[in-house]
Design a protein around this ligand. Structure first.
Ligand code: AQP
Length: 333
């Protein structure tokens, strides 16, 4: 890593099949940083276990998420692609940062409130301290920018606060990162309940378009998307369903809302939904094809995982040693 090169870090949880929300809010933006930044893209399996996971599924999805990184255009020779649990420094720094994070700060996190309501039978301490592990993911690499969807902005802001607090006591330890939120696609909504975020762990498969859904499934899901009793395709308050479909269409075509309104003037919702389905399926077909090729070559994926973990561990260890030294931990002889 060149000393003056800026650093980009982001991650995705292998907690379900990835959605077009994950794609538009995060994944497809990752490759834009590859030229100008040293990029670390992590499959955050330790985050995923804050909610119960079936072990075989978690293992499968970890490989699949890494394959999707590559299928979405991330070149493993230009980006460090790896799995969180392969780099123990993440969990080690998280413990230290736990001691620099306030209970009250964590209690205000909206994702904790949402997830503890959804998983009332398993409100574990990991769910509560999730943002501390995320801060450790980011700070280990002296990260400058964190491309995320808008739902993760609050966590990146907490990470900044923790870094600043630590730096006040031990100056010059961490780079304070900035969240990078794409203007378009920062929050894709559920197709069934358009006031709610589209989530990979949604139990209703019709609420979610997965990156790996086949063409017919994508088109069918958009056809069934909840809209409203109006008939005009326009972006307006109170039209959450149509606004969401227009946002998705805008993301995949690069068109503005005005252009979309003009394109569908005089046409009904049926034509519009079909068009959203077509452009989404067209954009995702090459990703699905490349994903299939990658998944058929497990040895290649394993080799990339190992290479990424070695690269990440080297950088992470450097930061962790610096932190441990500042804190007064005695170095192991
Ligand atoms: N609906 C969304 N619109 C835009 N961006 C989104 N992201 C997630 N959902 C949307 C962004 O995807 C990245 C990876 O997310 P994550 O795996 O860290 O977890 P998450 O934010 O909790 O995403 P999900 O899909 O809702 O997962 P589950 O259901 O497991 O909680 C992040 O940058 C996120 O902002």
């Amino acid at each position: 890593m060149l000393n003056d090169q800026k650093v980009c870090f982001s991650g995705v949880q292998p907690s379900g099949n990835l959605t077009i929300g994950n794609y538009l809010g995060a994944l497809r933006n990752f490759s834009a940083y590859s030229e100008a930044y040293k990029c670390f893209y992590c499959v955050v399996d330790e985050h995923a276990i804050t909610v119960r996971q079936e072990p075989a599924e978690l293992r499968r999805r970890t490989f699949e998420t890494l394959a999707l990184y590559i299928a979405c255009g991330l070149d493993p020779d230009k980006n460090t692609l790896y799995v969180q649990s392969h780099v123990p420094a993440h969990a080690e720094l998280a413990w230290i940062l736990n001691c620099f994070t306030m209970f009250g700060e964590l209690s205000r996190m909206t994702q904790f409130k949402d997830k503890s309501a959804r998983h009332a039978d398993n409100i574990n301490a990991g769910l509560f301290t999730y943002p501390v592990l995320m801060a450790s993911d980011i700070l280990l690499y002296q990260t400058d920018v964190v491309p995320v969807g808008v739902d993760q902005k609050q966590h990146v802001e907490l990470c900044r606060d923790v870094a600043e607090r630590f730096n006040q006591v031990f100056p010059g330890t961490f780079t304070v990162p900035q969240p990078m939120i794409a203007e378009n696609g920062k929050k894709i909504m559920s197709l069934a309940e358009p006031a709610k975020k589209m989530s990979k762990s949604d139990e209703n498969p019709n609420a979610v378009v997965y990156i790996l859904d086949d063409r017919d499934t994508i088109i069918r899901k958009f056809r069934r998307a909840v809209t409203d009793s109006d008939t005009v395709v326009r972006f307006a308050e109170g039209k959450d369903g149509i606004n969401n479909l227009m946002t998705i269409y805008a993301c995949f075509t690069g068109k503005t809302m005005e252009e979309i309104e003009r394109e569908f003037a005089g046409k009904g919702y049926g034509d519009f939904k079909a068009a959203v389905g077509e452009v989404t399926a067209d954009a995702l077909t090459p990703v699905r094809t490349r994903f299939g090729e990658l998944l058929a070559d497990k040895a290649y994926l394993e080799a990339q995982m190992k290479k990424g973990a070695d690269e990440a561990a080297y950088v992470a260890r450097r930061t962790l040693s610096k932190v441990q030294k500042k804190l007064g931990f005695v170095p192991r002889a």
